[in-house]
Design a protein around this ligand. Structure first.
Ligand code: FAD
Length: 291
């Protein structure tokens, strides 16, 4: 089933994002985490794709297993930078054969050095959306959007223009990049609405577990964090190290989720970090999210 049809029939939902563990010996532990989180009855789960298409078979195998073993509607992330149409077509067929009917269509990060040869046959995520819509109309397609604007974009307006373009190309809904200032999400939704886009924009929430990973992620994806929150986390780090940061990170994520739901977000996409304890700590006693 296309995820958009599930979203349309739901009030406010939870979805979870997993990443495929690189080493096979980590897979049993990973599936144990999924098993615990399946009890939350997420509307869908998604499985990330290695940068530059690395470990793409892991994405397919994990997505297929999660779908088959736990009965979860699963969306496979798929990047197109540097890919050829033939390879993407074969991959889409394999996904479909494995019962995966939804993808998150992404361009992917430019490999180090960039250069025009990496464009090959797809230049932007919208090209992948069009390709899938044309050849695999039974597959649901979502895309990414950026409350703090994509780091390559010269302006927020420019980024919005291309986000709209992805919807006009056929994207059913979008999942946002992580962000910490709820007002950025509200502004993004309003700006898209003023351009005629009313498709669901699902906010992605990332729990902060330690300062090193926060700093690395912020540098990688270009998201911003309000200084006040950063100082709260830093203070926690100075007084109690990683444990205190984890506690504070969970508190911040819970606050963010409450505010997003109050704003009318259609659901919450939680970056699970493959960590059931963290997700359960965040979601305990929060307003009910439908499956
Ligand atoms: P695009 O939509 O192509 O946008 C990239 C840039 O080009 C933006 O600045 C945009 O404004 C601009 N642009 C878009 N279309 C046009 C156009 N037609 N003409 C001119 N400019 C244009 N990466 C992975 O490798 N694996 C993953 O699993 C993964 N999962 C992600 C999940 C989410 C929810 C998000 C938000 C990101 C994820 N990423 C992942 C990261 C993503 O690949 C990067 O952010 C990448 O740099 C951009 O991908 P995109 O699909 O947004 O690209």
């Amino acid at each position: 089933m296309k995820i958009i049809d599930r979203i349309r029939n739901t009030d406010r939902f939870l979805s979870l994002e997993f990443f495929p563990p690189k080493e096979r010996e980590q897979w049993p532990r990973f599936f144990g985490q999924v098993d615990r989180l399946a009890g939350l009855d997420p509307l869908f789960v998604s499985v990330t794709y290695g940068a530059g298409g690395t470990f793409q078979d892991n994405t397919l195998e994990i997505a297929a297993d999660v779908h088959r073993r736990f009965g979860l509607e699963t969306m496979a992330h798929l990047t197109c930078v540097g890919a050829k149409k033939k390879g993407i077509a074969e991959y889409l067929d394999r996904l479909r054969d494995a019962g995966i009917n939804n993808i998150l269509a992404l361009r992917g990060d430019m490999p180090g050095g960039g250069g025009t040869d990496v464009w090959k046959e797809f230049r932007h995520a919208s090209n992948l959306v069009e390709f899938v819509k044309e050849g695999w109309p039974e597959i649901g397609v979502a895309t990414a959007c950026y409350p703090d604007a994509h780091p390559e974009s010269p302006s927020i307006d420019d980024d919005l223009r291309w986000t709209c373009h992805k919807f006009n190309a056929g994207s059913d809904f979008a999942v946002t990049q992580l962000f910490f200032d709820v007002r950025r999400y509200r502004d993004l939704v309003r700006r898209l609405e003023s351009r005629g886009i009313r498709n669901p924009i699902v906010p992605g929430v990332l729990p902060v577990l330690n300062m090193q990973s926060l700093n690395r992620i912020l540098a990688l994806c270009g998201a911003n964090i309000p200084l006040k929150l950063y100082l709260e986390l830093q203070e926690a780090n100075e007084s109690g190290g990683d444990k205190a940061v984890r506690r504070k990170g969970i508190e911040i994520a819970r606050r963010q989720i409450k505010e997003l739901l109050e704003l009318g977000a259609p659901g919450i996409h939680l970056y699970s970090l493959n960590n059931a304890d963290v997700c359960l700590d965040i979601l305990t006693d929060l307003p009910e999210l439908d499956g």
